[in-house]
Write a protein that binds this ligand. Structure first.
Ligand code: GLT
Ligand code: MN
Ligand code: MN
Length: 390
């Protein structure tokens, strides 16, 4: 494709990256960093040049853990200048509640009440920083909120501690009159053996038990559902349907492995296609955030290839979605399904009459048993479209 086409990222596409994603130095449990750290200001400059809309961060991606107030203020003002110079913003911020050894047993669910209080202090300060930078979404990823052994923790009490923390922080945001919503990010395991509230479904049920459920939604991540063998698109669809998709972490993953955070679309193209289709067809107005990083084999050039590739793949898949929606043969098959009753809005509602009608209805059960649905043809056409021969 030509250099400046529909697949060239532009700010209006609302692509974002985390400082921790392109800034990933390639450390893993078996090996040292392979790339030098890239300064936040350089990240802002490079991402802006690639057509990115904004950059997200943890408190400590920008301000080192042990910085003095003066150092913090200097770092923040340098960063703000870089954002202004390059027309970038910070749509989402979050807290690092996993790196410091004191969080080894969790932050909001540590068995030590002092750790739980310190986690609140660190988060309130990080919320202040995020809001100062313009963030309107605040993510909670509880990587250390879990156990290796169930002998250690009361799982019911842990849910209560987590709820207390989110309720407390909702009150804090309201008291400060911040314009900020919370997005909870589920993950089944890693770094903990098991993490509490491991899936979209667990988180969704939990958030309705909060004091201010309207302030709280989800930040689901592709890799986290695929690690658990789930269909990510179904989880996102359920969150959207509930009005609870507040943010999304895009990446790729081979199923059943540790969290790989691979470049979006680099594995399982078909599920990436259906995810883009869901977001685009539903008019998702939020950010397209990439929570992923370059292969450990890469130098800095590879990092920018990774960033550009993530966005380009998204836009190519968006083009494929438009083709799918305009494909006469595919649409005829879908029209057939709609004629059978699959059209949106064809739902049953209880009334006495309707109950009587259904009780008395005569069904041609043999015909229902015999009919096929045509999904082999539909899927083959979809695959041919994805493989570029359609
Ligand atoms: C970390 C984690 C991600 C979270 C980030 C936000 S940090 O990279 O693996 O899934 O979204 O805390
Ligand atoms: Mn994530
Ligand atoms: Mn991940």
């Amino acid at each position: 494709m030509p250099a400046n086409d529909a697949c060239t990222p532009r700010p209006e596409h609302h692509f974002t990256f985390g400082l921790w994603t392109v800034g990933n130095v390639g450390r893993d449990p078996f090996g040292d960093p392979v790339r030098p750290a890239i300064s936040p200001t350089r990240i802002v400059e490079k991402l802006a040049a690639l057509g990115v809309y904004g950059v997200n961060l943890h408190d400590n991606d920008l301000v080192p853990r042990d910085a003095t107030t003066a150092e913090r203020d200097r770092i923040v003002s340098t960063f703000k200048r870089a954002l202004a110079d390059h027309g970038m913003c910070v749509p989402m911020a979050t807290t690092n509640l996993f790196g410091d050894p004191l969080f080894r047993d969790g932050a909001f669910t540590s068995n030590d009440a002092r750790v739980r209080r310190y986690a609140l202090q660190k988060t309130m300060r990080a919320i202040d920083l995020g809001v100062e930078l313009g963030a309107t979404t605040y993510v909670f990823w509880g990587g250390r909120e879990g156990v290796e052994t169930n002998a250690a923790k009361d799982a019911q009490e842990s849910v209560k501690w987590f709820r207390d923390a989110i309720n407390f922080l909702c009150e804090y945001v309201r008291a400060q009159r911040y314009d900020l919503r919370f997005a909870l990010e589920p993950k089944p395991n890693e770094p903990r053996g098991d993490i509490f509230l491991p899936t979209i479904g667990h988180m969704l049920a939990f958030l309705y038990t909060l004091d201010f459920p309207e302030m709280v939604g989800l930040n689901p991540e592709v890799a986290h559902d695929q690690m658990a063998g789930l269909d990510f698109t179904h989880g996102v669809a359920q969150a959207l349907e509930a009005g609870k998709l507040f943010h999304i972490d895009l990446n790729a993953q081979k199923p059943g492995r540790f969290d790989q955070d691979l470049r979006f679309g680099s594995e399982d193209l078909k599920s990436a296609f259906f995810l883009v289709k869901l977001l685009e067809d539903s008019g998702w107005a939020g950010m397209r955030h990439f929570d992923s990083h370059a292969y450990r084999t890469e130098d800095e050039d590879g990092v920018w290839e990774f960033a550009a590739g993530s966005m380009r793949t998204y836009l190519i898949l968006k083009e494929k979605v438009a083709r799918f929606n305009a494909d006469a043969e595919i649409q005829a098959l879908l029209a057939d399904l709609r004629a059978r009753g699959a059209a949106p809005g064809q739902r049953v509602r209880y009334s006495e009459n309707e109950a009587r009608a259904i009780r008395d209805e005569r069904f041609d059960l043999d015909a229902l048993r015999a009919q096929g649905y045509g999904y082999e043809r539909l899927d083959q056409l979809t695959m041919e479209l994805l493989m570029g021969v359609r």
